[in-house]
Write a protein that binds this ligand. Structure first.
Ligand code: NFS
Length: 673
């Protein structure tokens, strides 16, 4: 039962659809993460990384200057251990997703997966060739089998280097070798990090975090990149597609199936099954007009950017979707699934269906997903949802949704900027070099009920656009922008600076590019790598005027992403709580973890990680960093006054001119008579 919350709904979410549902939740006396967070004060000792619970002697809380744990562990050791374990947790989640995708590719190649096929043969051939797999005179299935084997081997490899890291700029690979963070194998680095952070092992903050960086690189340039590659091969490399986002995508008259979690394998089959005429007839036989599949979290991004499946919302929308009373089934796989949805669903007719062999939730229905019967299982789930439609009672669906364009893979950005005959990043690099685009900001990551839902994402995005910074987004940040109307070309252009606006008008691209799910942050790495390869912006990622940020982060995956981006050379800012805040300085330490992740990592990798909770400070430091990188490249100082006299605005001005002058303006001289 929800207690009266102290925060008004406008401070819980800036999304009007969420506000409507939060008022409703309070009226009917049900709690959500938005209200529970107000009842649960965060532990300021654990939150700042000052608590060690690695062994049974503790937990030890190091709140006094110079104090140590019972074993003698110092504050910097403890903070570094806690952060490293978070990174390992995040890296294992992403990478295990990548592993499962690789196994699916293997099964598809061998005819053991029902309903799947290889959709992007060109990407399959390109990648196989890149890794030295023979492609001439071989079928896609043969090539896919070998590529799957190569990818699967990356997880268990014990020695040498992850071959996937060869996709990084050459100079960056050298940086990693020199700093001793080149990953050997994905699983090995996760185990290494867990081992070294056990009681009585690694007790040097710098060294602990060196292991954590290696683990994070194994995620970004290993597991996550593999997940993205295989998803593209099996489900198609994304290209722009229209979609819709927010709770208004739920249907009043049709069966609503919400897919929530991360892996596209089952959700793609659910989408396929929902379009089967036999299933649609079945839904009608149960009194519904049809079937609507929508997504939450990164499953939403995976299905949205490939098939235009609507997104019901981001992380904090999972409970709100159930509160509508209109969801027949919420089908979940792995990650970011709140246990609270099961007791919440008991107040409605919604059935929560868990599907992963790794994830069960007490009280939920478990229908385990196996790819050899993928389509049959998807149909079984859809049928259950249809059967449940008769149990639907009163619904309350906010009449709010936004249109958007998703699907900006690095392949498409390449094509978009240069056309199919001369696909190239040249125009993007040129625009940055000239100063039309000041730089690039990747605004990514979660919602966190400790902040106002979507507020930080949106405010930072707005400021970046105003300052001619191109924004790329993934994960729940992308859904925030989508819900609030920033991903539809001209819709957001009135809020965009003059230089970026010209580029958007010329290419037709939105000022905020939806790049995909959270594993697709690997796409951002490949975009940056291509920008470097194109020339003019330095010879490594750390020289590109770019910043990454996760203003509303909450998951361990965000810590891993932040760390591999820093290791790749990026400046990364995390909003909200700082897990290495600790104390200012302790006398018996050589390093404080916070110094390691900022100053030390900058010295080693050219990127740094900072936790900043003040939004103005986030914006200020982002722009300062971009300008610093511009200066280092000898690029002209950013000056918005130079732009804005071309593109659509110029056309409007021209149309207002008298005829003769209009022709002169358009063609340089009067035309005709
Ligand atoms: Ni990323 Fe995607 Fe969202 Fe955060 Fe969770 S869904 S993997 S972790 S909450 S962005």
């Amino acid at each position: 039962m929800a207690k009266k919350t102290s925060r008004p709904v406008e401070e819980q979410s800036i999304d009007p659809a969420a506000q409507e549902m939060l008022i409703y939740a309070e009226q009917i006396g049900l709690s959500t993460a938005f209200t529970r967070v107000d009842e649960m004060a965060p532990c300021n000792i654990g939150g700042a990384g000052m608590c060690c619970k690695m062994c049974g002697m503790g937990p030890c809380r190091l709140t006094k200057d110079g104090s140590t744990g019972i074993c003698g562990a110092t504050i910097d050791t403890i903070q570094a251990r806690n952060l490293a374990r978070g990174i390992a947790g995040g890296a294992s989640a992403h990478s295990d997703h990548g592993r499962d995708m690789a196994f699916t590719l293997k099964a598809v190649a061998n005819g053991e997966a029902q309903g799947y096929r290889i959709r992007d043969v060109a990407k399959l051939r390109y990648l196989a060739d890149f890794y030295g797999i023979e492609i001439e005179d071989r079928t896609p299935a043969e090539i896919a089998n070998d590529l799957a084997d190569l990818y699967i081997a990356q997880f268990g490899q014990q020695k040498g280097e992850l071959v996937v890291t060869r996709r990084a700029p050459k100079k960056r690979q050298e940086v990693w070798r020199k700093a001793n963070v080149m990953p050997r194998g994905v699983d090995r680095e996760v185990v290494d990090t867990l081992h070294r952070t056990h009681i009585g092992d690694d007790q040097d903050a710098f060294h602990i975090l060196e292991g954590a960086v290696r683990c994070a690189v194994a995620d970004g340039w290993g597991g996550s990149l593999i997940a993205t590659d295989v998803s593209d091969i099996l489900f198609g490399t994304p290209a722009p597609v229209m979609g819709e986002a927010n709770l208004g995508v739920l249907s009043k008259t049709e069966v609503n199936v919400v897919v929530h979690g991360h892996e596209p394998t089952l959700s793609m089959m659910i989408v396929a099954a929902s379009q089967d005429p036999e299933m649609i007839e079945y839904a009608k036989s149960r009194g519904a007009e049809g079937i609507v599949v929508s997504g939450i979290c990164c499953t939403a991004n995976e299905t949205l950017m490939r098939q235009g499946v609507p997104a019901a919302g981001n992380f904090l929308h999972q409970e709100l979707a159930i509160l509508t009373g209109a969801v027949e089934a919420m089908v979940v796989d792995v990650q970011c699934i709140m246990q609270a949805i099961v007791p919440l669903a008991e107040n409605f007719h919604t059935e929560i269906v868990t599907t992963s062999p790794k994830v069960k939730i007490t009280g939920a229905t478990h229908i385990e997903f196996h790819e050899d019967r993928a389509l049959d299982i998807a149909k079984e789930i859809i049928k259950r949802a249809c059967d449940n439609f008769v149990n639907r009672k009163e619904t309350k669906i906010p009449d709010l949704k936004s249109s958007l364009i998703a699907g900006f893979s690095h392949e498409y950005i390449n094509y978009m900027l240069g056309g199919s005959y001369r696909g190239s990043f040249r125009p993007l690099n040129d625009a940055i070099m000239a100063g039309r685009i000041r730089g690039v900001a990747a605004i990514i990551g979660c919602n966190n009920p400790r902040s106002n839902q979507d507020y930080l994402h949106i405010e930072v995005t707005k400021e970046m656009l105003k300052n001619d910074v191109l924004v790329v987004q993934t994960g729940c940040g992308a859904i925030a922008s989508a819900k609030l109307g920033f991903m539809l070309g001209e819709a957001g252009l009135d809020q965009v600076g003059p230089g970026l606006r010209e580029i958007c008008e010329t290419t037709g691209m939105p000022p905020v590019l939806h790049v995909g799910s959270c594993v697709d942050n690997a796409r951002i790495l490949t975009v940056l790598t291509q920008m470097v390869a194109e020339g003019g912006l330095g010879d490594d990622i750390d020289q590109v005027p770019a910043v990454g940020m996760a203003p509303e982060w909450m998951s361990e995956k965000a810590l891993s992403i932040a760390t591999y981006c820093v290791a790749s050379g990026a400046y990364v800012i995390m909003g909200g709580s700082n897990p290495v805040a600790g104390m200012e300085k302790v006398s018996n330490s050589q390093f404080v973890a916070e110094e390691v992740i900022s100053k030390e990592w900058e010295r080693l990798y050219g990127g740094r990680l900072e936790f900043i909770d003040d939004i103005d400070e986030i914006i200020k430091r982002t722009l300062a960093h971009i300008d610093k990188k511009r200066k280092a490249l000898n690029l002209p100082k950013y000056d918005p006054a130079r732009w804005g006299a071309s593109g659509d605005r110029r056309m409007v001005e021209i149309e207002e001119l008298p005829l003769m002058r209009r022709e002169e303006a358009l063609y340089g001289m009067p035309v005709g008579d």
